[in-house]
Design a protein around this ligand. Sequence first.
Ligand SMILES: Cc1cc2nc3c(=O)[nH]c(=O)nc-3n(C[C@H](O)[C@H](O)[C@H](O)COP(=O)(O)O)c2cc1C
Length: 270
Amino acid sequence: MNCTVDIKKEGNKVLAYLPFDPRTEFNIPKGSIYVKCVIENVQFKSKLMSRGSGRYCIFFSKQLLKDIGIDGEEKLNVNLNIELDTIADIPQLTESPEMINNEVLNAISQRASIRKFTDKDIDQIQLNTILNAGLCAPSAMNKRPFHFVVTKDREKMVSIIGDNPYVKMLRSAAACIIVCGDKVVQGIPEWLLADCSAATQNILLAIHSIGLGGVWCGVKQGSNFYKGIVKEFNLPKHIRPISLVAFGYPAEEKQQPNRFELGKIHLESW
Ligand SMILES: Cc1cc2nc3c(=O)[nH]c(=O)nc-3n(C[C@H](O)[C@H](O)[C@H](O)COP(=O)(O)O)c2cc1C
């Protein structure tokens, strides 16, 4: 359907109220409402946000405003073509659809970043298990460019924190694994990153699956954190640290929410 809306700033958000009640119009008595919209020939998908009393609005990101060609943050009397997103029409695809469950899938959905640890040490069998999971990761052309630098040395772990406020958990982690990529073995930087990221995720899942907890710490190329790692662990020039996993026995419990977001799924086309 076509309608006219005013795109306006409200607080720190830019939004447009719909001039109709979408629950009635689209016959969606409960749950989230996803729509496909067109403004100024720009197509986008959105989840409608309720503002109470049957009033619903669409939020506009800075990028969307730019795409639509709105320089300021307001534009009145804009033509909006709005349809229910077909994904929401498929009964099997809801925000809590029927799914298969098993140990692997359970680990994937329940893994959470753990940043608080007890002072209990981990043993070599646990470490072997975690490293093996990393080494089982897929890699482009099976080049396996990853290397894992392991340390349980508190002084070293503390020394690499430097000015990075996001890795303070290294003060209490039982160990850390620095996932590194060999730039000679894999010369395409995107693939080196992808391969090492796959290894990092395998490591995190293995940690979670054996009752430990861990967190992925990013290592930005050229940062002080990156330089500190290179220096502390004597990494050769062709070896790039890509991520660091700090882990140990968890001293915090986390329950993951349902993250099956319909708005992130695009069937057949965007
Ligand atoms: C590339 C990357 C870099 C990250 N860097 C950090 C970090 O430096 N410090 C940290 O505490 N968490 C870091 N995380 C963890 C994320 O904050 C975390 O995965 C996200 O908040 C989702 O939470 P969850 O892992 O519990 O699902 C990083 C995650 C990724 C994928």
